[in-house]
Design a protein around this ligand. Structure first.
Ligand code: PLP
Length: 384
């Protein structure tokens, strides 16, 4: 039985009629640009994340870009972030003309290590971008403490973490100055195309984001600032309004799947023998279910590259998120980093593998994934 890394067909099948009806209704209304569905989604996401405002934008990448623009970050400024994330996190910083400055990750959570941030702050530092990687919040208390003392903005890259709760139950996107979300189809809440959202508790910043989203115009055709077209399509907002109702149920199933993997791996000896290491929910606090929303379930695995080939041979989806840390990317060579500068990020890039965790994954499929991984190490232990 093939087990894909993600099964969007199974995900959307039960919603097919409702999704088509929602799209049909936008076609009927002809309100394609910033129609009522966009406003409704913005209110619901703000309430879901616990923020004063949410501003719909065209993608998660554009969410990061417009957040940096709204905070007036540009040439001459430095922005501290993790070298271990999806490209957009650092790409957005470079695109506004600022300099990305990298700080290594905590190997338990794969998120930026707050203990290393302070020494990277200079007089040019304007902001921090913690990434809540794989669905677990970065360690925000010490980061916010540094940001407050040093007068820095904090842009949360919450693209993989919608609904994820930090220690005290506050949700991703409500912890920093602004939160950036992606509704790319593979995220826990995915559109049928590209879409994103920016959240904030600062009403002035929210206003600035809304103006920047429409070329900086206010009123129409009068431009005090230069923005762009960062709008969220009404059709995607209508789709997301249908899907948001199901998000908590999907998250619970991802968490149940994570728990089941834990049981299966513990039973299998793979952990005891040191072949695989399971992900850790580092900031799990009692009473909060959403400590980790498992956008990805990421293992550390011995002989990772050969394991992936083995799994692909058995039609089991597996992926590396991410194989090359930013400081070793060709496009960032001008920053002057070299191999060895961020050992934890480099180790994570060479040891980790994401296996299927999507909500529709069945128990049988999970067993199959674990069996396939067991087979690989059994053969290896026997020297095959
Ligand atoms: C997906 C993702 C983005 C970019 O979102 P898009 O909607 O694809 O532009 C940014 N950062 C992280 C960590 C992501 O996972």
């Amino acid at each position: 039985m093939a087990v894909p890394l993600l099964d969007l067909a199974a995900h959307h099948r039960p919603l097919h009629k409702e999704l088509v009806a929602a799209i049909e209704q936008v076609v009927q209304s002809q309100a394609f640009i910033l129609g009522p569905d966009v406003g409704t989604l913005e209110e619901r996401i703000a309430s879901y994340c616990g923020t004063g405002a949410a501003i719909g934008v065209s993608s998660g990448t554009d969410a990061l870009l417009i957040a940096l623009m709204a905070l007036n970050i540009g040439p001459g400024d430095e922005v501290i972030t993790s070298p271990y994330s999806f490209f957009a996190t650092a790409g957005a910083v470079a695109r506004v003309g600022a300099k990305p400055v990298f700080v290594d990750i905590d190997p338990r959570s794969y998120n930026i290590d707050p203990g290393r941030v302070e020494q990277a702050v200079t007089s040019r530092t304007k902001a921090l971008i913690p990434v809540h990687l794989y669905g677990q919040c970065a360690d925000m208390d010490p980061l916010m403490d540094i940001a407050t003392r040093r007068g820095l903005a904090v842009i949360e890259d919450a693209a993989q973490a919608i609904g994820s709760e930090y220690r005290d139950g506050r949700r991703a996107g409500s912890l920093g100055t602004v939160g950036c979300f992606s509704f790319f189809p593979s995220k826990n809440l995915g559109a049928l195309g590209d879409a994103g959202m920016v959240t904030t508790n600062d009403p002035q910043l929210a206003e600035r984001l809304r103006i920047l989203r429409v070329h900086g115009s206010q009123p129409k055709y009068y431009h005090k600032i230069i923005g762009g077209n960062f709008r969220l399509d009404s059709i995607q907002a209508a789709v997301l309004n249908v899907k948001l109702k199901h998000l908590d149920g999907w998250t619970r199933r991802r968490q149940d799947n994570a728990q089941r993997y834990e049981t299966l791996f513990q039973q299998s000896d793979l952990v005891k023998k040191g072949h695989v290491r399971l992900p850790e929910a580092v900031y799990r606090a009692s009473g909060h279910r959403h400590y980790h929303i498992y956008n990805q379930f990421v293992l550390r695995a011995g002989e990772r590259d050969r394991l992936i080939v083995h799994l692909k041979g058995k039609s089991i989806g597996a992926e590396i998120y991410y194989p090359v840390p930013f400081h070793l990317q060709e496009c960032f060579q001008y920053l002057g980093y070299k191999a060895g500068d961020f050992p934890e990020s480099e180790r994570a890039a060479s040891e980790t593998i994401a296996i299927p965790i999507y909500p529709e994954l069945t128990q049988l499929q999970q067993q199959e994934v674990v069996n396939a991984i067991c087979d690989f190490y059994k053969d290896r232990d026997r020297g095959i």
